[in-house]
Design a protein around this ligand. Sequence first.
Ligand SMILES: NC(=O)c1ccc[n+]([C@@H]2O[C@H](COP(=O)([O-])OP(=O)(O)OC[C@H]3O[C@@H](n4cnc5c(N)ncnc54)[C@H](OP(=O)(O)O)[C@@H]3O)[C@@H](O)[C@H]2O)c1
Length: 268
Amino acid sequence: MQATKKMDDFFQSKTCIVVCGASRGLGECISLTFARKFPAGSALILLGRDVKALENVKSKISEECPHQMCVTQKFDQGSIQQENFDQLFEGIFQVHKISLSSFEQAVMVHSAATLGDITKYAKEMTDAETVKCNFDVNVTGAILLNSTFLKAFDDILKRVVINISSLAAIQPIKSLSLYCSGKSARDMFFRTLAVEEPSLRVLNYAPGPCDTDMHKDCREKSKAPDTKQMFIDAFNSGVILSCQTSIDKLCQILMTNFESGAHIDFYD
Ligand SMILES: NC(=O)c1ccc[n+]([C@@H]2O[C@H](COP(=O)([O-])OP(=O)(O)OC[C@H]3O[C@@H](n4cnc5c(N)ncnc54)[C@H](OP(=O)(O)O)[C@@H]3O)[C@@H](O)[C@H]2O)c1
């Protein structure tokens, strides 16, 4: 792990945090944990498709952290239309009367992702729409959302981008070809962003195997028997992590002077 020196001020700055994929799983856990850790007067913007689930996360935050502002916005990262991205934040700022001058830091968390069709091997990826949809959500949408975030928060000096990556970004997993290749492309995009923009702090965090809907789908739907077994074994043997355990580790990493653009795994 490249992280060494302490950067204790990450959780001390009044921050506007955007979490895409905040409705459940790791994104929900990040939203709740960040709401607890950032100073009063910070704000959370929760994005995802399932509005009811987002509202549920917002209620938990409002109950536990009434000192934080929390807003939700229906957003489909896989719906690639220019206008869905261009005016996203301006619309949110206007409706919720958010003034950026009250924040010292802006954080973008890219947690949204989809496994896509894991019932097929790579050689069976014949359906154009299936392949396109997967890359739309996992790659194209994440890139466009990130650019619109950077533009909207341009006036804030400290900006941090967290890409929730995966072991799958650096290791092939049978029957997860679309997911692995999308995660790999996404890591490289954020690594490139990091070298182009030294004023940003960019982290690709691989959270380890976590107990979420996505992990359940891998246990139940993976076509390759050895892949399926690997996920079942992780679950049955207790190797699987709670989201909180993994996100606590993320918080520790964020307080270190990690190399911007690095891929850091829970197990590093
Ligand atoms: N769980 C693991 O073991 C594990 C391991 C390594 C990496 N990861 C990574 O961790 C991240 C979170 O995964 P998870 O395990 O928490 O999965 P999850 O429980 O299935 O949650 C996925 C999240 O992504 C959102 N999402 C999916 N498609 C979307 C779209 N088109 N537009 C907007 N949001 C969308 C979902 O929200 P809506 O349905 O409301 O849109 C949901 O909040 C992913 O990037 C995943 O690759 C997970």
